[in-house]
Design a protein around this ligand. Structure first.
Ligand SMILES: C[S@@+](CC[C@H](N)C(=O)[O-])C[C@H]1O[C@@H](n2cnc3c(N)ncnc32)[C@H](O)[C@@H]1O
Length: 202
């Protein structure tokens, strides 16, 4: 299996051992950008299987190249949308952590409909997580952070935990490393899937 997943050559919904060649814990990042977070996490945790989805072809290729040059065997990249990933590709109750870090805020009112965090999407996030698994989100945009917080708290099957603790051992993303230098406030959300939300397996 190459780093860059070819959707024509894999089973859908995904079967993780086919994608990674091992059956270990799977962490998924949505919108990996230039890959700072993903590649650091992969290098620090070879025991994890990491999948990132990115819709921008330029960034997707950049991160494929970086992961290849660094010899990271535990990384897979997929060029598609978060919605395709969540509604079609991820099996239920199969993801051990989901990261959505600095999703595009679409600040103009006429663009709000493009925002990722809607009840349908967060319900799909819950579906793919294993019971007890975290959904970790960050945003630097105060108005979008309010929307994210409201949607997360209204989503059945999620409960909040301490974000400081949840993020304490995780790398910074590319955007975040710039924001920290600028002194911008970061809004962090840490949710876990409650155990009552397990989907029946066939
Ligand atoms: C603001 S950037 C943040 C990148 C990275 N997470 C970071 O913090 O440095 C948002 C990224 O998400 C990607 N993206 C936005 N909407 C997406 C979607 N619906 N599906 C997949 N990727 C998306 C963008 O192309 C961009 O690379």
């Amino acid at each position: 299996m190459t780093i860059d997943i070819d959707l024509n050559s894999v089973t859908v919904p995904f079967h993780w051992p086919q994608i990674f060649g091992v059956d270990g814990p799977v962490h998924v990042e949505i919108g990996s950008g230039k890959g700072r977070f993903l590649l650091k996490l992969a290098a620090e945790h070879p025991e994890l299987s990491l999948l990132a989805v990115e819709r921008a072809g330029k960034y997707h290729q950049l991160v494929c190249d970086k992961a290849g040059r660094r010899g990271l065997k535990n990384v897979r990249l997929l060029r598609t949308t978060a919605e395709d990933l969540l509604f079609r590709l991820l099996p239920p109750d199969s993801v051990d952590a989901l990261y959505v870090l600095f999703p595009d805020p679409w600040p103009k009112k006429r663009h709000h409909k493009r925002r990722l965090f809607t009840p349908d999407v967060t319900e799909a996030m819950v579906r793919c997580l294993r019971p007890g698994a975290p959904l970790l989100v960050k945003s630097d945009h105060p108005a979008y952070a309010e929307v994210i917080e409201a949607v997360l708290h209204q989503t059945p099957g999620l409960e909040s935990t301490d974000p400081e603790e949840a993020f304490s051992s995780l790398p910074l993303t590319g955007f975040e490393s710039k924001y920290v230098v600028e002194g911008r406030k970061i809004h962090a959300f840490s949710m876990i899937k409650t155990s009552g939300q397990e989907h029946k397996r066939n």
